[in-house]
Each structure stands twice: as C-alpha cells, then as structure tokens.
Design a protein. Structure first.
Length: 343
C-alpha cells in the first residue's frame, strides 16, 4: 500500500510517499518540502492569505518531484492523505482540495489526518523507532502537550499549555530581542554564546503538581528584563538572555516529561514537533532519561517540522490497524481546531 501525504496546515508545503509493506512497517519512499520562511520574514510572522496562495503554487510541483524520486507514477498511489486540521483554515483547504481532486481524478480513496497525530507518530520513520506504549511530548509552534499513547488512536491527554506554547515562548522572546523570524531557531543559535545562569527567569507551573504548562509569564519576564537592560543592550547580554530563556523553557519541558513518565509508570518517551529539534532540549532529555533507564525517541531532524511524510505515515498506520478507512467520498471539510484526544 502506497500513501501519498499532503501537508499544508501553516507555512510549509509538504508532500511525501510512504509504503506499508507486508511486514507492517511503513517506510518513506520520498518526500519534498517547501518552507515559506523567506516570504513571511518581512512581516515578522505568518500571513494566512499569503500562506494559502503559496501552497497553491507549490503542492503540485512537489507531488511531481516526490513521485519522480520514488520512481512511481500516479497510478501507483493507493490512498491520498491530507492534513484535515488543526491549522490555518485557508491553508488547510488548499491541501484538502488538491488531495480530494487528485483522488477523484484517479479513482483512489482519500483520508483526512490530524496534524498532531502526524507529529506524534513521526518517530516511527526514524532509524530507532519507538514501541507502544509511551509518553509523548508534543512541542510545536502552537502546541505543547503531554499524551499517554497506548497505540495508534489510543491517546490520553495528561497535560497541556494553558496559554502560550513553548514554541510561542521561543518565537515571541526572540522577536522582543530583535532576532527576526522564525524566532525559535535564531534564539537557540544566539544562546550558544550565552551563560544560562545570568538571568533568573521564572519556570511557570514547575511545581504545580500537575502536568500542565504555562509560558506567558516567562515571556513577560523576558520583556521586563529587556526593559531593565535598556535600548542599547549589548550583544553579549542579549546572548545571556537568550540562553537563560532557552534554559527556562527546556527545564520546564524536561521536568514535566519526567513527571509524566513517573506518573504513568512508562519507560519510553517520544518527543515530536518543531521544538523537538532544539539541541539543548535533546541533550537534557537524553541525560535525564539515561539516569532513569528510560528510552527517548525523536523524529529525524528533517521531519521535525511540518511535512508530508508524517501525514502519509499516520494514514498508513491507521489503515493497517483497521481503525480508519479511506473512502471515495470526495466532499471535504477542514478542522482548524481539532482535539487530538477526540480523534
């Protein structure tokens, strides 16, 4: 079974072809990705209308590229999967419309996929895939959640952010420091030249007794510190502040993840989403999980951001288990807001 996956939830257009063979292990045949970072930089963030228009321009050329790299043609596709939500409504409609039109033209079934489920399952395409059950830390631009995952489609929400997500804390702090867009990677690069102990920033909800997150207060503390430093803050102080900010975010993510492992009694952690590429987060999680004899799994770095491979994979894994079906109904809708636990 070959599944073509289309991702268009925000500012990356991704297309991929995944094959699920008789062994039951899906593997990636080819994928292509276009990032809209350069287009949105001038505005300091994603402009939804521009994002949607760019998806329209990119998705078909990317599909042709993927099929060529996989030495496949359109008739080899068994299922067309697309991101149904959550995400920007206009951007989601582009991927859904193209996928359903392609399915109708080929007479092949189509399937809408939850964007976060794609992230959650993406480590199964890595060289060291996890095994069920596990705790999942989902950390992307707009989401920070801890889930207990017993199998595909069996998700229990353990904790989530009550305001800003970790990715938003990275991006908004970076913007206040004048680091541009996208802020998270820029802040992480600058943090390499700073001392994380320089500024005493808060770790919100670290001792709350639950597994929820809150990063809005940290963002406010960063702004307050910048005001204290004044308009002529030197680059070294900015690097120290970047390092201190990153450390505060990472420490909360790590300690909450460890608390989730302890509360569930599980010994396996999966980290997925764009923030999962952060080197400091990976270093701390690797070290702390090793102390506790726990395994931690990540997607390949190229698959941490939004991509078509994770959408095709999620569809293939659901179809393999018989917990979802792909049908010939080419009428589609999208879900800009969609609870993963309800999937």
């Amino acid at each position: 079974m070959k599944v073509l996956g289309v991702e268009s939830s925000c500012d990356e257009t991704g297309v991929a072809l995944v094959e699920a063979d008789a062994s039951g292990v899906p593997h990636l045949l080819a994928h292509a990705l276009h990032s809209q970072i350069d287009m949105h930089q001038a505005y300091g963030g994603v402009v939804p209308e521009l994002a949607s228009r760019d998806h329209i321009r990119r998705v078909l050329p990317l599909a042709k590229q993927v099929l060529s790299e996989a030495s496949s043609d359109l008739q080899d596709i068994d299922v067309v999967a697309y991101t149904r939500g959550p995400g920007l409504a206009g951007a989601l409609l582009v991927g859904a419309g193209v996928a359903c039109a392609l399915g109708a033209a080929l007479g092949k079934p189509v399937m809408g996929v939850h964007h976060l489920e794609g992230h959650l399952l993406s480590p199964f395409l890595a060289s060291d895939p996890p095994e069920f059950p596990f705790v999942a830390l989902l950390v992307s631009g707009g989401h920070t959640q801890l889930m207990r995952v017993d199998d595909v489609g069996q998700y229990e929400l353990l904790g989530e952010t009550i305001d800003d997500a970790a990715g938003e804390a990275f991006d908004k702090s970076a913007k206040m420091m004048g680091l541009g867009y996208p802020g998270g990677p820029a802040l992480a690069r600058l943090a390499e030249f700073g001392d994380a102990t320089t500024f005493d920033l808060p770790r919100p909800l670290l001792h709350s007794g639950n597994l929820d997150f809150s990063f809005a207060g940290l963002k406010t503390a960063v702004r307050t510190q910048l005001l204290k430093l004044g308009s002529n803050v030197c680059e070294q102080d900015k690097a120290h502040l970047a390092a201190s900010t990153q450390q505060a975010i990472v420490e909360v993510l790590v300690k909450k993840s460890l608390a989730a492992l302890k509360s569930t009694g599980l010994k396996r952690l999966v980290v997925a989403g764009g923030v999962g590429a952060n080197a400091r987060l990976r270093d701390m999680l690797n070290a702390e999980c090793a102390k506790r004899q726990c395994r931690v799994h990540y997607p390949e770095l190229a698959l941490c951001t939004d991509n078509g491979a994770m959408i095709a994979l999620a569809a293939a894994m659901r179809l393999q288990r018989g917990i979802a079906s792909a049908g010939p109904d080419y009428a589609f809708d999208v879900k800009p807001r969609w609870d993963l636990a309800a999937v």
